[in-house]
Design a protein around this ligand. Structure first.
Ligand SMILES: Nc1ncnc2c1ncn2[C@@H]1O[C@H](COP(=O)(O)OP(=O)(O)OP(=O)(O)O)[C@@H](O)[C@H]1O
Length: 259
């Protein structure tokens, strides 16, 4: 019997063009239901590339040069996972929504893609569950009529409506102001726990990691250099990059670090 989980196995990504360069090198991670795995690293370390490779949506200029995805032990095509098995919440919610379509259209499209009918009660309950007090009033709205925080709530609601057991959250709070960031983090933590989601949390913010993650993988120039339970990583980081990320976090939030 194979343990349930979504495994990214030895994913490698290379740039195309005359002088190919590896931007992801043998990346292996396993997500399990009910647990949050944070993938952290400096800007340009390959965090977003890992997500795009796992979902089969690499941008032009990049190609998958090795590795595979396994779901509960069986090989799985990244494209087949999108939506049904893995939902995503991405940074910059404004660019994730079609500006010409209302929130109702977006909900309808998500349900249609999964072969589900519109279920008014479920849509209402899911939107209320992410803190939208009057779902009927937001459904006719277009993205330009909504704040970034509200759009991010709708994106989380769309992820929950899909009933996918895994969630990729790529810098879910980066483009939001501080107060809204805290609310969205609470919401994500609550949704993850209530639905028992296996979550891959991509962030450069160690405060977000401390708040949400069970386990942390540290990425440096396309390679995982350390993986540890969150408490171990914060208290006894082994790799210099892990130490650097934690020190940077402490110097921002703790004016007189104890260490
Ligand atoms: N389309 C592309 N073509 C060529 N190189 C790319 C492309 N997209 C990303 N890269 C390169 O791949 C590396 C990893 O980039 P990636 O965006 O995955 O990093 P990241 O850790 O998510 O950074 P950030 O935190 O700034 O979003 C970088 O060196 C980047 O320049």
């Amino acid at each position: 019997m194979t343990a349930p989980g979504l495994a990214l196995q030895a994913l490698s990504v290379t740039t195309t063009g005359p002088a190919p360069r590896r931007v992801l090198d043998d990346l292996s991670l396993t997500l399990v239901p009910g647990r949050v795995l944070a993938l952290v690293g400096a800007s340009g370390s390959g965090k977003s590339t890992a997500v795009s490779a796992a979902l089969g949506v690499l941008s032009p200029g990049l190609r998958l040069s090795g590795g595979e995805i396994r779901l509960d032990g069986r090989p799985a095509a990244p494209k087949a996972l999108r939506g049904r098995i893995v939902a995503s919440v991405l940074q910059n919610p404004r660019s994730a929504f079609n500006p010409l379509r209302s929130m109702r259209d977006h909900v309808q499209e998500t349900l249609r893609a999964l072969g589900r009918d519109w279920d008014a009660r479920r849509v209402h309950d899911t939107l209320s569950g992410v803190g939208i007090e009057t779902p009927e009033q937001i459904l006719p709205l277009y993205p330009f009529e909504m704040s970034g925080g509200m759009l991010q709530r709708v994106m989380i609601a769309l992820a929950l409506l899909s009933e996918a057991p895994y969630l990729f959250a790529d810098e879910p709070t980066t483009d939001l102001d501080l107060v809204v960031q805290a609310r969205i983090l609470d919401l994500l933590a609550d949704a993850q726990a209530r639905h028992g989601l296996g979550m891959l949390l991509i962030t450069h913010d160690m405060g977000v990691v401390a708040r949400l993650a069970d386990e942390v993988a540290v990425l440096d120039r396309g390679r995982i250099v350390e993986q540890a339970p969150v408490g171990d990583l914060f208290h006894a980081p082994r790799h210099p990059v892990s130490r650097m990320l934690i020190d940077a976090h402490l110097s921002l939030y703790d004016p007189e670090p104890a260490r």
